[in-house]
Design a protein. Structure first.
Lengths: 275, 451
């Protein structure tokens, strides 16, 4: 799996989701991203991401519902005297919020393959050769992240057993200081290790210069086709816009932009499970 | 012919008053050279001279001359010396750049700008020499400590250095992992790569060493390895008080995280004034058992009981504790929290830390830092003492001191649980030995466990 091909697919998904206001096409992209992840990652490993996406999307829906008192179909109303929350709560605000949630959810799921499917070095391999050194440094830093998380747990436990209890912001210094110092020491040791293996001595080569295989080319081509068809659909007015206010209506749906979105399901056929 | 030569080399770290290496003169012979000596004696500093990390990475003041493979170490940067000297660090987790074994081993080759078609062969050759060819294609994060350390050795060997330096490569490994790393080291030497290794476990390698360097307070003494007799293991201490009632117990306890069961239906207990040693392979569940006993981890099912009183817990990584400006203030901090009027100097003296009492604990050597962490948790009169790999990085003298300290706490009525790979420590102090493997705990007869 090549990170450049994954990037092309992710970018196309995100472009479509952000460039249209029509929830039908956003939903099509969301389903494509879900299907792609389920194929490549497996449902079990997706659980955390799905929970996060659901929470963020729910927040987006709720935020619009309680803050936008526009629309004609009033579900209920709170007294105007209640600051910020007072006013009518409408079906339109709920639907518009749901579209926002759909946008955020689809965008996150489209970007998720970078963390769930690709190793850090695979992402770095996709960078141009001139950025190879920075890429290696970033890959090394990403490897330290789990160590920092583990260190936080270990320090908190050790200090608790030494009598530490959270009593205001200052008390956290007993946790934060050792975690930060341990992380810094870890970074220094890693830097030592990199230096001892000649890092920074001059021009670098890469063992896998990020070549594209047949499946990667297919994915890139499908992403390109989806992008081109959707742009044409927008220019021709087939991918019509939608706005929830002032009165809620069903979004206009045309088969041609939906076919464009269909190309985004290509990973289902190309990716094999890495779970 | 000497592989490396140091002449009247003196080195001082930035801001340090005392020199870490003093007037060192030595010639490193071909084959294997072993470096030993007490904690804080300068072993790690000396090893870092060979690939130029000292002085190029650390700074500081250096005088005298040093060369390796015909290169002037002081005039040549570490990055350039990397072609001549490979380095394997103590902690296998903190030297990994990539998360795929083949990429990790190839990292140095990429830095040498080797043509990509040549790399695959060099990676396989190095993994084979390190006894790790079967790990090709694996993810580094899924490897055991011993496997990771062999990958680190392969990473150094891939660059085809003349000399490989290993800084206590087995100190964080279980006996199986340590044996595999030492076997890989000996295999590498047999194939013609010269090596210098700092190691507390001298027995398995000393008979094949061409040289032995003993470092104490920055001074080096070369000794004929055949005439070296390591200090004897700490001897058992006579019990001065009888055991009391049950101090902690686990009844049918299952525990784990993220849906993964680490401890499976374990029944275990310990008494006041009793020392229980947990042993078994890395990942077997020893640390999880300690955390359960401490109350730091809640069981998924079953019951954990412990008698009231202070818990002294030494985590596997001593750095998790140390956050005060001096070693003394770490001890004072614990005593103050426990409301104990004991003088901090008592435990500092007991652990041989008075000379470094006013130093920043994180500036100490690995072994000294371990003792500082012990001093930070063990002052006063804890009722339950839980120590996770307490002898990590410790020399023989420090281990003997630890045995005396644990015996004192035991005689004062503390219930002690040690998770340790250290067979000498177990035989010196443990009343019971519990094997923890695959999430289960079983207790063979003490003699059988020690054997």
């Amino acid at each position: 799996m090549n990170a450049r091909a994954v990037a092309a697919w992710s970018a196309t998904c995100i472009f479509i989701v952000l460039s249209t206001t029509n929830p039908a096409y956003k939903a099509a992209v969301l389903v494509a991203a879900l299907a792609a992840l389920a194929t490549g990652v497996g449902l079990r490993r997706m659980r955390g991401v799905l929970t996060g996406v659901a929470l963020i999307a729910a927040f987006a829906v709720l935020l619009n519902f309680v803050s936008a008192h526009l629309g004609t179909d009033v579900l209920f109303a709170l007294p105007d005297q209640i600051p910020a929350l007072g006013g009518p709560y409408t079906l339109e605000a709920l639907a518009f919020g749901a579209t926002g949630g759909l946008t955020v959810g689809a965008a996150i799921l489209a970007a998720a393959p970078f963390s769930l499917l690709l190793a850090s070095h695979e992402v770095m391999d996709a960078l141009p050769a001139t950025l190879s050194r920075s890429g290696a440094a970033i890959a090394a830093s990403l490897n330290l992240v789990p160590a920092v998380a583990a260190s936080f747990v270990q320090v908190t436990e050790a200090q608790r057993l030494r009598g530490w209890r959270p009593r205001g912001p200052r008390s956290w210094s007993e946790i934060v200081v050792p975690v930060v110092l341990t992380s810094v020491e870890g970074s220094i040791q890693l830097a030592e290790s990199m230096e001892a293996r000649g890092f920074g001595s001059g021009r670098r080569t890469s063992v896998k210069p990020g070549g594209m295989e047949r499946g990667d080319w297919l994915l890139a081509a499908a992403s390109g086709a989806a992008l081109a068809m959707f742009l044409v659909s927008q220019a021709a007015g087939w991918a019509g816009p939608w706005y929830a206010y002032p009165t809620l209506t069903l979004p206009p749906i045309d088969a041609r932009p939906l076919v464009a979105c269909l190309f985004l399901f290509a990973p289902v056929l190309i990716w094999r499970s890495r779970s | 012919m000497a592989v490396a030569k140091l002449t009247r080399l003196t080195y001082r770290y930035p801001g340090a008053e005392a020199a870490a290496l003093r007037d060192v003169c030595l010639e490193l012979e071909e084959g294997l050279t072993v470096v030993t000596g007490p904690s804080g004696g300068g072993k790690s500093t000396l090893l870092r001279v060979f690939n130029g990390l000292v002085p190029h990475f650390y700074g500081g003041v250096i005088s005298g001359s040093a060369s390796v493979g015909g290169l002037d170490i002081i005039a040549t940067h570490t990055r350039q010396l990397a072609r001549t000297v490979g380095f394997v660090f103590q902690d296998p987790e903190l030297q990994t750049v990539y998360n795929a074994v083949d990429r990790e081993v190839a990292f140095g080759l990429e830095n040498l700008a080797l043509p990509p078609p040549e790399m695959a062969g060099r990676v396989e050759e190095a993994l084979d020499a390190a006894g790790a060819l079967h790990l090709l294609g694996r993810t580094v994060r899924t490897l055991s400590g011993g496997e990771r350390q062999r990958v680190a050795l392969a990473s150094a060997l891939a660059m085809r250095p003349q000399l490989v330096v290993l800084d206590e490569p087995t100190s964080q490994l279980d006996p199986q992992g340590a044996d595999a790393v030492l076997a890989a080291l000996m295999n590498m030497v047999m194939r013609g790569t010269h090596a210098v290794v700092s190691e507390h476990r001298l027995q398995p390698i000393l008979h094949q060493a061409q040289g032995l360097l003993v470092l104490e307070r920055g001074a080096v003494m070369a000794i004929d390895p055949t005439k070296w007799s390591p200090q004897s293991a700490p001897s058992p201490l006579v019990r001065r008080s009888a055991m009391g009632a049950d101090a902690w117990s686990l009844q049918n306890v299952t525990a784990g995280f993220e849906g993964h069961v680490v401890i499976d239906r374990v029944d275990l207990s310990g008494r006041a004034g009793e020392v229980v040693a947990l042993t078994g392979p890395n990942g077997g569940g020893k640390t999880t058992l300690l955390r359960l006993i401490a109350g730091a981890l809640a069981p998924l099912s079953g019951t954990v009981d412990r008698r009231p009183g202070r818990i002294a817990y030494l985590p596997q990584n001593p750095a998790a504790l140390l956050h005060r400006p001096t070693v003394r203030s770490e001890v004072t901090f614990t005593l103050h929290r426990a409301g104990d009027g004991e003088r901090p100097e008592a435990i500092l003296e007991e652990l041989g830390l008075l000379p470094v009492a006013d130093r920043y604990p994180r500036d100490l050597s690995c072994g000294e830092r371990q003792r500082a962490a012990l001093a930070a948790v063990l002052p006063g009169a804890p009722g339950l003492v839980l120590l996770d790999e307490p002898t990590r990085g410790m020399d023989e003298a420090a281990r003997a001191t630890l045995v005396k300290l644990v015996a004192r706490l035991r005689d004062q009525g503390a219930a002690v649980v040690l998770a340790t790979h250290d067979a000498d420590l177990r035989s010196a102090i443990a009343d019971r030995i519990v094997n923890v493997a695959g999430g289960r705990a079983f207790e063979p007869a003490r003699e059988a466990a020690l054997a």
